[in-house]
Design a protein around this ligand. Structure first.
Ligand SMILES: [Fe+2]
Ligand SMILES: [Fe+2]
Length: 411
């Protein structure tokens, strides 16, 4: 952890692309600007102010120091948010409401016509999470999370992607864990030992256009029936469908991470921060869970990627409602394990199997969804493909410190 600089997140450069290319700023982006102005007022946007300045501005509200555990919790959360902001920004440049790749936007809109707006909003949320958490740490005299030294991964070459930005994350060869689909439909709980197979086999699959030769940006929107689609339409739709599932995968991770971190907080204010941001991660997950379902439902089910052969079947069709790796209990639930609009959490076992089943976020045990588990899962996702060892050392140090935090005081 470097303590000699306080770069936080450069919101000005993050939104540079959209500001330069967008003249008719929508109401949404006016709100982004207002938020950025608010952050400027706090002295955090662009992170050009020294920590002492920010501290002086906010110390009157929060003069007490954090426990080392609370600082570790917030610093890991800030790092996770920097990672989230980095990946969401890539999606936003190409597929957001001001995004620059029309073919990708059209394919995303087959999952929901509002997808570009939701992508822009989710990006905005993650930037605000990272900026707030780091500003709060600084206001308490603590070092912020700083991953700027690792913004070295290449941008997509496709039209719309900002080639001037180095990235923390790689969205071009993802292994998306889709087991959340069964986990949230099952009556079983991973914290009580339940295991869930994959819904889809998403391996080495891009979730963004990688080049204009692979997916021309003027690829026309795929119009059902899928059987009449061209090679380029199928490739673009498969990439957009993968994004839909990746969005849900990322946000279900945040949905578990925050309650796990919150359980370790000592200060009520730190607890308030973790619960308040965590609730928005759950909101994100629920939204994307719904959109991902539209990739495996009519009329757009049946897409097969012409490059990777990744298939998106219709899971509302009984002939596709089987998975030999499901547990006996889950197999017995039949179609409910596949139903595409069953997006709200099914009540499941919690704490012990004796208590009534309850609709909850799961997992909420550190080993299954804590900080280290989150980084390990993102690594398996290929989200950090190409990162150097220093990156992994840095984020794992932050993760271990967060997982080791313990709530102080009487339980
Ligand atoms: Fe977030
Ligand atoms: Fe999020």
């Amino acid at each position: 952890m470097k303590e000699d600089k306080h770069p936080i997140i450069d919101i000005a450069s993050y939104t540079k692309h959209t500001e330069l290319t967008k003249e008719d700023l929508s109401t949404k982006w006016e709100r982004v600007v207002r938020r950025r102005q608010f952050l400027h007022a706090l002295g955090v946007a662009g992170a050009v102010l020294p920590a002492s300045t920010v501290f002086a501005r906010t110390a009157s509200n929060s003069s007490s120091r954090l426990t080392p555990g609370d600082a570790a919790l917030l610093r890991f959360a800030a790092a996770a948010e920097l990672i989230e902001a980095d990946l969401w920004l890539q999606y936003n440049e190409l597929g957001g409401v001001t995004g620059g790749n029309p073919g990708y936007i059209a394919a995303l809109q087959n999952l929901d016509s509002d997808m570009p707006q939701y992508i822009a909003d989710n990006t905005d949320d993650e930037i605000s999470h990272a900026a707030f958490l780091n500003a709060y740490l600084i206001s308490k005299g603590e070092a912020p999370a700083d991953l700027d030294a690792f913004r070295n991964l290449a941008s997509s070459k496709a039209t719309g992607s900002d080639q001037t930005l180095g990235r923390l994350t790689n969205l071009q060869a993802l292994n998306v864990d889709t087991s959340f689909w069964f986990r949230y439909r099952s009556t079983q709980n991973p914290d009580l030992g339940a295991k869930f197979p994959q819904l889809l086999k998403i391996k080495n699959q891009s979730a963004i256009p990688v080049s204009d030769s692979d997916t021309p940006p003027d690829t026309p929107q795929l119009v059902p029936p899928v059987s009449g689609a061209t090679r380029n339409q199928l490739r673009m739709q498969s990439i957009a469908n993968t994004a839909g599932f990746h969005f849900a995968y990322i946000e279900q991770g945040g949905s578990s991470l925050y309650p796990i971190l919150a359980l370790k907080a000592t200060s009520l204010e730190v607890l308030r921060i973790l619960l308040s941001i965590g609730g928005v991660e759950v909101d994100h997950f629920s939204l994307w869970h719904d959109k991902a379902g539209n990739a495996v439902n009519q009329p757009f089910a049946g897409v097969v990627d012409p490059v990777t052969k990744l298939a998106f079947p219709d899971f509302n069709n009984p002939t596709n409602q089987h998975n030999s790796q499901l547990s006996a209990a889950d197999r017995a639930a039949g179609s409910e394990l596949f139903q595409t609009n069953l997006i709200l959490p099914e009540p499941c076992e919690f704490l012990t199997a004796d208590l009534p089943r309850v609709s909850i976020i799961r997992p909420t045990l550190t080993a299954n969804g804590g900080a280290v588990a989150t980084i390990e899962s993102f690594t398996a996702d290929n989200l950090f493909l190409g990162q150097d060892q220093g990156f992994f050392t840095t984020v794992m140090e932050l993760a271990r410190a967060a997982d080791a935090a313990k709530r102080e005081g009487v339980d």
